[in-house]
Design a protein around this ligand. Structure first.
Ligand SMILES: C[S@@+](CC[C@H](N)C(=O)[O-])C[C@H]1O[C@@H](n2cnc3c(N)ncnc32)[C@H](O)[C@@H]1O
Length: 250
């Protein structure tokens, strides 16, 4: 039987790797990498670095495939993501079928934790359901970008007894209730601007955990313009942006 290890590697700092992740890295015969284009080479550089530095106990190889492009959202965001995942499913299925031998163990390094805004587990389940290739898989949890953000800002994620809501920027609600904590990820359009004037506090971070980490915290109405400016400058400098934030009343 082939084995796949879906390994959460943390959100940009190799020190996020858990002992379980280190053990998993050292079980792999092959690491499957997906190239997301030049703008995101930095993300795969970290994956390569992790393998080279920490998978030291046995020989292994990389197998790389181009990550399919996401189709334009058109009328349906979910439709576009479903199409992307179908395309990714084909790519991953081919890699497993042709580049992982019977009895071998393949590692897929997932940014943060595989359970949070990542399609790898859904795709593996779909591949198994299609029944064309057989394998077993295990999931090794990782430090999420949410944990990295709260740690860098040294704040708790929730108020005492309060709820935590996590959403992509496009689904940010119009209000955050007192006592609730709202985390926003995948926000290309600075949705926090829509919540100005409500007395909220924001803890914002980009490239959190990496040497390029940027952090801004303060009353949203006072720091929103600065975040927009710093974010735009950094995005232009790096060619890509990875930011998230926590909002609540204080
Ligand atoms: C596709 S999701 C992947 C989330 C990941 N699986 C996790 O556990 O954090 C990508 C989003 O995570 C957030 N993110 C990931 N790494 C980050 C980092 N180092 N700093 C800030 N936000 C990050 C950003 O909101 C980004 O748009």
């Amino acid at each position: 039987m082939k084995t796949l290890l879906v390994i959460g590697i943390g959100a940009g700092n190799p020190d996020h790797l858990t002992l379980q992740a280190l053990q998993a890295l050292n079980r792999a015969d092959v690491f499957l990498l997906f190239d997301k284009g030049p703008a995101k080479h930095g993300l795969n550089d970290l994956r390569r670095d992790v393998c080279t530095r920490f998978a030291t106990q046995r020989p292994w190889r990389f197998v790389e495939a181009d990550n399919p492009e996401r189709p334009p959202d058109g009328d349906s965001y979910r439709g576009a993501v479903r199409q992307l995942n179908d395309d990714k499913q084909q790519v991953i299925e081919q890699l497993i079928a042709h580049h992982v031998a019977e009895g071998e163990c393949a590692g897929i390094l997932v940014w943060g934790d595989p359970a949070l805004y990542d399609s790898t587990l859904r795709i593996l389940q779909a591949i198994l359901a299609a029944g064309r290739v057989a394998f077993e898989y295990q999931v090794i949890p990782g430090i999420t970008s949410v944990q990295a953000l709260t740690a860098s800002h040294r704040v708790p994620l929730n108020e005492i007894g309060g709820s935590v809501h996590i959403s992509p920027g496009r689904q940010l609600p119009a209000h955050v209730e007192p006592g609730d904590s709202q985390v926003v990820m995948l926000d290309a359009h600075q949705a926090f601007n829509r919540l100005r004037g409500q007395g909220l506090f924001i803890w914002w971070g980009a490239y959190v955990g990496s040497p390029e980490e940027l952090l801004i915290a303060g009353p949203l109405d006072e720091v929103a313009d600065e975040i927009v400016r710093v974010r735009e400058e950094a995005r232009a400098r790096h060619g890509w942006m990875m930011d998230s934030y926590l909002l609540r009343h204080v």
